[in-house]
Write a protein that binds this ligand. Structure first.
Ligand SMILES: [Zn+2]
Length: 302
């Protein structure tokens, strides 16, 4: 389970950016001070859709994500990202129907792919929907009810592109400071709202700031609400580049990247699409393509 020590080396270099992160209630840079994501790398996995019988949702296994034609990429001043390889038939992460849920920050694979996750849901920029519609880069969204409830509809066209919506609590609290009952209402109420709005039950949960991810209490709370894995990350996208947990500051196959729905106020004037374009460029520079997380996860047997 512990493939290496990368997780321990997470640096919190993030002074100013951390403040920015708080401004949107978002949580990467170790907010809450608690454990940053990842201390452990179990091997488990999320998937997305249905709680009981997770279905593949809109995903199209086998289809090369991140493709799009050259003109579409040029429209966004980007070079086409190499398409991801075909998804593995034997999924590296296999979820169980019951019991302790795994906690993971990356996926064991030799494919030169990374996975993009986008959290909270504060910035609802129509241009980003246009961008993803053009580029077809797969993402996974971890949405916080109180941050998205003023416009659940914004995320529906993103979901229609095959991108799954996952659980990220109701109010974005520091989970380890809550009682078991409060943890449960944060997770279960987000689960209920997202299931009702998007028609599929989240299979994955991400605690705000990565806090409490490896505590038995949070694991139990997650189990009681339906998600079957806790998903952390290896890199966190800022404005122009990523913050890496690894000391060599390089992407590794199977890394999960955290980004946020943010706008100019949180990005020092940059837009969501500019931030996302920079993220794709950083991924491309290192020779990676972007795959769909769900394609590497086997949902629990129904
Ligand atoms: Zn967050």
């Amino acid at each position: 389970m512990n493939r290496d020590g990368r997780s321990r080396t997470r640096t919190y270099a993030a002074g100013v950016l951390a403040l920015l992160a708080f401004a949107t209630a978002c949580g990467d840079n170790g907010g809450g001070g608690a454990t940053p994501a990842a201390a452990k790398n179990a091997s488990a996995a999320p998937q997305s859709s249905g709680g009981a019988a997770p279905t593949a949702g809109a995903t199209t296994p086998g289809a090369a994500p991140a493709e799009g034609d050259a003109a579409a990429w040029a429209k966004w001043n980007l070079k086409p990202l190499a398409p991801a390889p075909a998804p593995p038939a034997d999924k590296p992460i296999k979820l169980e129907r019951a019991g302790t849920v795994p906690v993971f920050s990356d996926v064991k694979t030799s494919d030169k792919v990374v996975f993009i996750t986008i959290d909270d849901g504060a910035e609802k920029d129509p241009k980003f929907v246009e961008m993803l519609t053009d580029l077809k880069v797969p993402i996974t969204m971890f949405l916080t009810k109180d941050i998205v409830k003023n416009d659940y509809g914004y995320f529906k066209p993103l979901q229609a592109l095959g991108n799954h919506i996952q659980n990220h609590t109701v109010t974005h609290p520091v989970m380890s400071k809550l009682s078991a009952d409060k943890q449960k209402s944060e997770i279960c109420d987000d689960q209920a709202a997202l299931t009702q709005q998007y028609g599929t039950a989240p299979l994955l949960f991400r605690p705000p700031f990565g806090d409490g991810a490896n505590t038995p209490m949070l694991n139990t709370s997650v189990q009681q609400c339906g998600p079957r894995a806790i998903v952390l990350w290896r890199e966190s996208m800022q404005i122009h580049d990523m913050q890496y947990q690894a000391t060599d500051k390089k992407l590794k196959p199977g890394d999960i990247i955290l980004a946020h729905f943010r706008g100019p106020k949180e990005l020092k004037g940059a837009t969501m699409t500019q931030m996302f374009g920079e993220l794709l460029a950083r991924i491309q520079e290192q020779g990676f393509s972007v795959a769909r997380l769900d394609d590497y996860i086997q949902p629990p047997a129904s």
